[in-house]
Design a binder for this molecule. Structure first.
Ligand SMILES: *[C@@H]1O[C@H](CO)[C@@H](O)[C@H](O)[C@H]1NC(C)=O
Ligand SMILES: *[C@@H]1O[C@H](CO)[C@@H](O)[C@H](O)[C@H]1NC(C)=O
Ligand SMILES: *[C@@H]1O[C@H](CO)[C@@H](O)[C@H](O)[C@H]1NC(C)=O
Length: 506
C-alpha cells in the first residue's frame, strides 16, 4: 500500500479513536496497568437459599415475577459451586485481575452474625485467585441489598444504613484485607437509586406516578432517589474513613466508589446545548463525585432539585470530602444532549436534569433517562477518562465494566472482539493524553443473570448454557482473543497475537 494511503487510513482510524487497535499490544500499557474481567454476586453465584444466606431484595423482586422473562438468580451461573473451575479458566485466559462482588446477605445474613459458610466461600475464592496470581478487586455492594434490612427500615432510604454498611465493610476488611488491596464500596450510586426508587425497574421496585415504568403503589420518585444516593455517599465515606483509620497502614489497600458513565456530546454548539451538556455531566458524575472530591453537590443540582436534594451539614461535608482513593467507572455508550427548559411542577431526576438526550445525532430525542438506541462509540470512553482526570483532581481511574451485549448466543462473537479492541484502544489513547487510568475490566468474564434482561442477552467472553443444569462454560472467540492479548503479561513476541483470535490455542 502506498505510504500516503496508509497515512490517510491511520488518520481516519485516529479520528474514530481506533488507531491503536491496528496493532494493539498489552505492552503498550504500563506494567502496573491491570487487565481483568468482572462479575457480581447475585448475577453469578446462585445458591440463594444455601448455607445460611438470607434473601436479598433481588430474590423478592425476581420471585415476584418482575423480570421481563420471569427469570431469577436462583442458580444463575452456579458460581457458588463452580468458582474453582472458573478461577482456573481465568488463569487460562491470562487474566491479571478479577473483580467480583460480595453477597452481603451471604456473609452477614443478620445484623451481628457473620455466616461461617459465607466466610468460607469468599476465603476459598480469594485463596484460589491468590494461588493463580490473579489480583483481587472487590465490590462490596452490587445492588443485592439484604431483605432483612430493607424490611426493618427501608434500606438506603434511612440514615441507619450508614452504620450497618460500615459494619459489613468492617467484616470484609478484617477477614479479607490481608489478601485484598482494591476495595470499591458501591456499584453505580448514580444509577441504582433511579432504577430502584424512580422508574421502579430495579428491586425494591418503588416509584410514584407518573414516573414509574410500572404502576407502583409505594414510593416517591421525586425524592427517594436523592435520599438513597445521599445515604450511599455517607455510607461510602464512613467505610472509607474506617479503612483509613484501622486498616490502611497495615494492609496498604485503597478504597474507591463506582459511577456509571455515559459520554455526552452537545447536539449543537449553541450556548444552551453546551450548558445542557455540562449540566448532564454534573448530574451524572457530580452527584457522587462532587461531595467526595469537593464536599458538596454541584451548584446546578442544588438549584434545579431544590429542597428535594438532601444537604450536607458542615461536619458531614468535611467527612465526605476526600474520602476516595480512586474512581471506578462502568462505561458502555455515549449520548447526544440538548437543552430542554426546566419543567414546572412535579419533577424527578430526569426532569431535574432538564435535557433531551439521544443515542445518536439522528435519533428522536427522549426526555427519559435511557435513550432507545446505543451505537458503539469507543472514543466516548477516552473522553470520559480524560474528562474525569481533569474535572476531579486526577484521581486514579479503573474501568470496572465495559463490554458488548448480544442476544446472539454464538461462540463466534467477532463483534465483541471488535468492541473490546476498540474500547481498549480508546483507553490507551486516553492514557497517552494524560488520563490517570490504571486498569480495565471486561464485563463479563462469563454469561450471568442480567438485572434488566434476565438471560435473554449475554456479555460473556465465556458462554454459559443456562438450559443445561450443569451450566457448562465454553470459550467464545472473545475469550481466546483476550487470552492472546494478555499472554505472558504482554512480554511474549507480539507477532504471535492473532488479531481475530481465530487461530489462538486455548
Ligand atoms: C413526595 O415527597 C414530597 C416531599 O416530601 C411531597 O411533597 C410529595 O407530595 C410526595 N409525593 C408522593 C407521590 O408521595
Ligand atoms: C462544535 O465545535 C467543535 C469544536 O470546534 C467541533 O469539533 C464540533 O464538530 C462542533 N459540533 C457541531 C455539532 O457543530
Ligand atoms: C449470530 O452470529 C453468527 C456468527 O456471527 C451469525 O452467523 C448468525 O447469523 C447470527 N445469528 C443471528 C440470529 O443473528
Amino acid at each position: 500500500m502506498a505510504l500516503s494511503s496508509l497515512l490517510l487510513l491511520l488518520l481516519l482510524a485516529a479520528a474514530h479513536g481506533a488507531a491503536p487497535a491496528l496493532g494493539l499490544k498489552r505492552s503498550d500499557f504500563p506494567p502496573d496497568f491491570v487487565f481483568g474481567a468482572a462479575t457480581s454476586a447475585y448475577q453469578y453465584e446462585g445458591a440463594v437459599a444455601e448455607d445460611g444466606r438470607s434473601p436479598s431484595i433481588w430474590d423478592a423482586f425476581t420471585h415476584a415475577g418482575k423480570m421481563p422473562d420471569k427469570s431469577t438468580g436462583d442458580i444463575a451461573s452456579d458460581g457458588y459451586h463452580k468458582y474453582k473451575d472458573d478461577v482456573k479458566l481465568m488463569a487460562d485466559t491470562n487474566l491479571e485481575a478479577y473483580r467480583f462482588s460480595i453477597s452481603w446477605s451471604r456473609l452477614v445474613p443478620r445484623r451481628g452474625a457473620v455466616n461461617p459458610k459465607g466466610l468460607e466461600y469468599y476465603n476459598s475464592l480469594i485463596n484460589e485467585l491468590v494461588k493463580h496470581g490473579i489480583q483481587i478487586h472487590v465490590m462490596l455492594y452490587h445492588l443485592d441489598f439484604p431483605q432483612v434490612l430493607d424490611d426493618e427500615y427501608g434500606g438506603w432510604l434511612s440514615p441507619r444504613i450508614v452504620e450497618d454498611f460500615t459494619t459489613f465493610a468492617d467484616v470484609c476488611f478484617r477477614e479479607f484485607g490481608d489478601r485484598v488491596s482494591y476495595w470499591t464500596t458501591i456499584d453505580e450510586p448514580n444509577v441504582g437509586p433511579i432504577g430502584s426508587y424512580d422508574s421502579g425497574i430495579f428491586a425494591p421496585g418503588r416509584c410514584s406516578n407518573p414516573f414509574g415504568t410500572t404502576k407502583c403503589t409505594i414510593g416517591n420518585s421525586t425524592v427517594e432517589p436523592y435520599i438513597a444516593a445521599h445515604n450511599m455517599i455517607l455510607a461510602h465515606a464512613s467505610a472509607t474513613r474506617l479503612y483509613r483509620e484501622q486498616y490502611q497502614a497495615v494492609q496498604n489497600g485503597v478504597v474507591g466508589i463506582n459511577v456509571y458513565s455515559f459520554w455526552t456530546y452537545p447536539l449543537t454548539n449553541s450556548t444552551v446545548d453546551l450548558e445542557a451538556t455540562k449540566r448532564y455531566q454534573d448530574f451524572m458524575f457530580g452527584w457522587t463525585l462532587g461531595p467526595l472530591v469537593f464536599g458538596d453537590y454541584p451548584q446546578v443540582m442544588k438549584k434545579n432539585v431544590g429542597s428535594r436534594l438532601p444537604s450536607f451539614t458542615k461536619s458531614q461535608s468535611e467527612f465526605v470530602k476526600g474520602a476516595i482513593d480512586f474512581i471506578g467507572i462502568n462505561h458502555y455508550y455515549s449520548v447526544y444532549v440538548n437543552d430542554r427548559p426546566l419543567k414546572e411542577g412535579v419533577r424527578d431526576y430526569a426532569a431535574d436534569m432538564s435535557v433531551y438526550q439521544r443515542g445518536s445525532r439522528t435519533d428522536p430525542a427522549t426526555s427519559e433517562y435511557v435513550p432507545t438506541v446505543y451505537p458503539d462509540d469507543p472514543q466516548g470512553l477516552q473522553c470520559v477518562l480524560q474528562y474525569l482526570t481533569e474535572a476531579y483532581g486526577s484521581l486514579p481511574i479503573y474501568v470496572q465494566e465495559n463490554g458488548k451485549a448480544s442476544a446472539n448466543d454464538t461462540l463466534d462473537d467477532t463483534d465483541r472482539v471488535e468492541y473490546l479492541k476498540a474500547y481498549i484502544g480508546s483507553t490507551l489513547d486516553a492514557l497517552r493524553n494524560g488520563a490517570n487510568v490504571k486498569g480495565y475490566f471486561a464485563w463479563n468474564f462469563l454469561d450471568i443473570f442480567k438485572f434488566l434482561a434476565g438471560y435473554k442477552i449475554g456479555f460473556g467472553m465465556y458462554r454459559v448454557d443456562f438450559d443445561d443444569e450443569a451450566r457448562p462454560r465454553e470459550a467464545r472467540l472473545s475469550a481466546r482473543w483476550y487470552s492472546r492479548f494478555l499472554k505472558n503479561n504482554g512480554i511474549s513476541a507480539q507477532s504471535e497475537v492473532d488479531d481475530t483470535g481465530h487461530h489462538a490455542q486455548q
